[in-house]
Design a protein around this ligand. Structure first.
Ligand code: ADP
Ligand code: ASP
Ligand code: MG
Length: 446
């Protein structure tokens, strides 16, 4: 069994849906196809919910009308026969009617999650109908029947596996299954989701549950590039990554992959392939357990970082200082990304400043606290294990003209992170590409 996930752009128009239909019906291996909502849909649904939280039904109605027009147009272009056009219209209209029925006084996260689920429900129903119109049999699997999170909002792998396998057992002769990415039920049976961009996560959770031969993430670019293609010109695809390298890149800002997506695949040792729907023959990126020794693979950047520096004379020879500092972040449920220490202090970074004020208040018990805002973490990824000579030097010397606030190396074999001002991000990424990838060898001296 293969799992093939198609993102929003890949199903973003009638033309694109037809293209995906061709791709998922090529080849013999049985497959589970995971679809995102059509591009722009989830953003529009978030906007609708936002208007409803703010008790502005007119604002919500305007977005609903705009979105439903987009769907009417797509349906018109997608189906060849009046019969299927009508069936698709009925299905999509039912979803928009449900959204409209939620325009009421009491609007809570319960109603919001019901609205956010509509995008994936509509795209999968539209695909199923399109395939049926083409005379191609496909079996819809409702993600709401098997994809579930537990009381900690973490996927319930046991429930997912048991229920998905039970469902699949009912169709022993079917080869093409279609399901929704992103949506799930929570521990209370309510409609919920795996967070924005979570369809990648759906795909790898399904891959792990069915022990797939491969999880394919189909998107609008030919694999993981060696730098952010939205900022740097001339980036090129990286053909092979190991799971840890891919996880670091995803976590540190390479949007092509959702950060959570790697773990289930890694734990089950299922290769993940990143492929381009617009260029299906391009090799893309294969993510597996294999490591290319001593090679720098790619650069990514994570925005909106705040650094907190706690300086304390008492840190000298003191035990327990670090514990108190980290406990403070834990107490305010704020994860820490980067850490550097010296004898007089410790610097940490966070990307969620929601509880910054309380954190600083508490930290002042242990030392003098200084905050630096508007920073980015630039993360260089590859096999950077310390036995390989010369790689750190190449990275750091590329940034000789950039003020560097923190450097972190040695926390894993695969990452060297630098904290720099947001204003210097583009310049830093371009300099790294020039020094690491345009220059002849990005491999370690042997
Ligand atoms: P999908 O809708 O298919 O999930 P995404 O928009 O989430 O697609 O991810 C694909 C986008 O990720 C690309 O269009 C690209 O602009 C962006 N991206 C950011 N960093 C990278 C990178 N290092 N390699 C490839 N794509 C990247
Ligand atoms: N449609 C959802 C989003 O836009 C999930 C996804 O596309 O992965 O966040
Ligand atoms: Mg995505």
């Amino acid at each position: 069994m293969n799992v093939l996930k198609f993102g929003g752009t890949s199903v973003g128009s009638a033309e694109r849906i037809k293209n995906v239909a061709r791709l998922i019906t090529t080849g013999d291996e049985p497959r589970i196809v995971v679809l995102s909502a059509m591009a722009g849909t989830t953003n529009a649904l978030v906007e609708i919910a936002d208007y409803l939280y703010k008790k502005n039904p007119d604002g919500a109605n305007e977005v609903i009308n705009r979105l439903s027009l987009k769907y009417a147009e797509a349906i018109n272009d997608l189906y060849a026969t009046p019969e299927y056009r009508q069936r698709a219209e009925e299905s999509v209209t039912a979803h928009f009617d449900l959204i409209r029925s939620l325009i009421k006084d009491m609007f809570t996260s319960f109603e919001e999650r019901i609205i956010l689920a509509r995008g994936e429900l509509m795209s999968t129903e539209m695909m199923h109908l399109y395939l049926a119109e083409q005379g191609i049999a496909s079996t819809p699997l409702s993600a709401l029947d098997f994809m579930r999170t537990d009381k900690n909002a973490e996927p319930d792998a046991f429930f997912i596996k048991e229920n998905l396998l039970n469902l699949l057992d009912q169709y022993p002769d079917e080869k093409l299954f279609i399901t929704e990415g992103y949506i799930c039920r929570n521990a209370y049976g309510e409609i919920d989701n795996l967070q924005r961009g979570g369809s990648d996560y759906t795909a790898s959770l399904i891959g792990a549950a069915v022990r797939a031969s491969e999880v394919q993430i189909w998107t609008d670019i030919d694999g993981m590039h060696n730098n952010d293609p939205r900022i740097v010109d001339g980036t090129t695809p990286v053909h092979r990554l190991n799971f840890d390298e891919a996880a670091e890149l995803a976590y540190f800002g390479a949007k092509i992959l959702h950060p959570t997506c790697i773990l289930p695949a890694k734990q089950s040792n299922i290769p993940v392939r990143l492929l381009n729907t617009m260029q299906p023959d391009a090799p893309g990126t294969l993510i597996s357990n294999e490591t290319d020794r001593g090679t720098i693979k790619a650069v990514a950047a994570k925005d909106n970082i705040t650094a907190i520096w706690i300086k304390s004379g008492r840190m000298l020879l003191a035990t327990g200082f670090m514990r108190k500092v980290f406990e403070t972040f834990e107490n305010h449920r704020t994860p820490v990304d980067m850490v550097t220490t010296s004898e007089v202090g410790i610097s940490v970074t966070i990307d969620n400043p929601k509880h910054l004020e309380e954190i600083v208040d508490d930290l002042k018990r242990y030392g003098t606290v200084t905050i630096d805002r508007d920073l980015v973490i630039v993360c260089v990824v590859g096999d950077l294990s310390w036995q390989h000579l010369g790689l750190e030097v190449r990275i750091i010397s590329a940034l000789r003209d950039i003020p560097v606030r923190m450097i972190s190396y040695g926390g894993s074999n695969y990452n060297l992170s630098l904290l720099i001002p947001a204003a210097d991000k583009a310049r830093a990424l371009r300099a790294l590409s020039r020094h690491l990838f345009d220059a002849p060898e990005a491999t370690a001296e042997q």
